[in-house]
Design a protein around this ligand. Structure first.
Ligand SMILES: NC(=O)c1ccc[n+]([C@@H]2O[C@H](COP(=O)([O-])OP(=O)(O)OC[C@H]3O[C@@H](n4cnc5c(N)ncnc54)[C@H](OP(=O)(O)O)[C@@H]3O)[C@@H](O)[C@H]2O)c1
Length: 269
């Protein structure tokens, strides 16, 4: 795809907004002169050299594609009219209907990147609500600058991914913390236990990326080897490892759905 058009990021001064802006410019997906970011209180120190404005409607006029990156609680206060623009929301829990009503646009995408966008390794599910044939490709190209993108065909799956991949490094960190605590409980100095656990998840991520094996294939290869790791995997499973993950994701998903319902009812008032 050639020139993608002018892009605006509402909330471009925020954590995710600036990570996306940087990824778009660094990857050459959007030239800095075609990017406008808006801020509410203060333009950040060392801000990217693109256009900046405090006027969101002006950002809309200057852009073909508008990325909505304010916190869900601030969404109600955003006042823009963008009837024929492509709206791409990264906001957790704000649904397509709310964006359609508020902006007047019928070209809407919801995406849910995660914190690894900062290092170009996000996983970003994408849900499209637009009948324009090129819109999905445009959004894919934009978010490939932050990592990997997959299309999902049900909007509720974006809420599910808010709980799952949207958590970014949190769940691997939880596993690493458990490894670390076990090592420390066996008398290892905490700093060594911490380094070992961190290096396990960093090395695992790199190996997954290098070999491209699925997690199931990786686990199977250790089980087939029938060594010490296989003993550990079997015992962890017998003691409820997968059930704990399933219940944890269910709780996080419920919370994402509750947030979505709360925002819909606030929008209706
Ligand atoms: N962080 C993540 O890993 C992650 C992952 C997936 C999705 N998300 C979603 O991404 C969105 C942004 O999250 P974040 O972590 O980047 O939050 P954040 O750091 O608080 O950024 C939000 C930014 O929006 C600005 N803002 C608020 N109202 C505005 C307005 N009317 N006009 C212009 N700017 C406005 C805020 O400005 P002030 O600083 O002046 O208040 C702030 O700079 C959220 O909806 C979140 O659900 C985040």
């Amino acid at each position: 795809m050639g020139d993608i058009g002018r892009v605006g990021i509402i909330g471009g001064a925020g954590w995710l907004g600036s990570a996306i802006a940087k990824a778009l410019v660094d990857s050459g997906t959007v030239p800095a002169e075609q990017l406008t970011c808006s801020f509410r209180n203060r333009k950040p120190d060392g801000a990217l050299e693109c256009r900046w404005t405090q006027d969101n409607q002006q950002l809309v006029e200057n852009s073909d594609i508008i990325i909505l990156s304010v916190r869900p609680a601030d969404w109600n206060a955003v006042d823009i009219h963008a009837s024929w623009k492509l709206m791409v929301s990264v906001m957790a829990g704000v649904n397509v209907e709310s964006i359609r009503r508020k902006t007047g646009s019928t070209r809407i995408a919801r995406v849910l990147p995660n914190a690894a966008a900062e290092v170009g390794r996000s996983y970003t599910p994408l849900f499209m609500a637009s009948s324009e044939p090129d819109d999905r490709e445009i959004v894919e190209v934009l978010f490939r600058s932050c990592g990997m993108v997959d299309t999902v065909f049900r909007e509720e799956h974006i809420d599910y991914f808010t709980a799952m991949s949207g958590s970014g490094e949190a769940f691997p960190a939880l596993l690493a913390e458990a490894l670390m605590n076990d090592a420390a409980a066996r008398g290892l100095p905490r700093e060594i236990a911490c380094r070992a656990a961190q290096q396990v998840i960093i090395g695992a991520g790199r190996l997954q990326e290098l070999h491209g094996a699925s997690p199931a294939e990786t686990v199977k290869s250790f089980l087939d080897y029938k060594g010490t790791t296989a003993e550990g995997i079997v015992a962890m499973r017998e003691n409820g490892f997968e059930n704990a993950i399933r219940l944890g994701l269910e709780a996080a998903f419920r919370k994402a759905q509750a947030l979505s319902e709360k925002l819909v009812s606030e929008c209706d008032q």
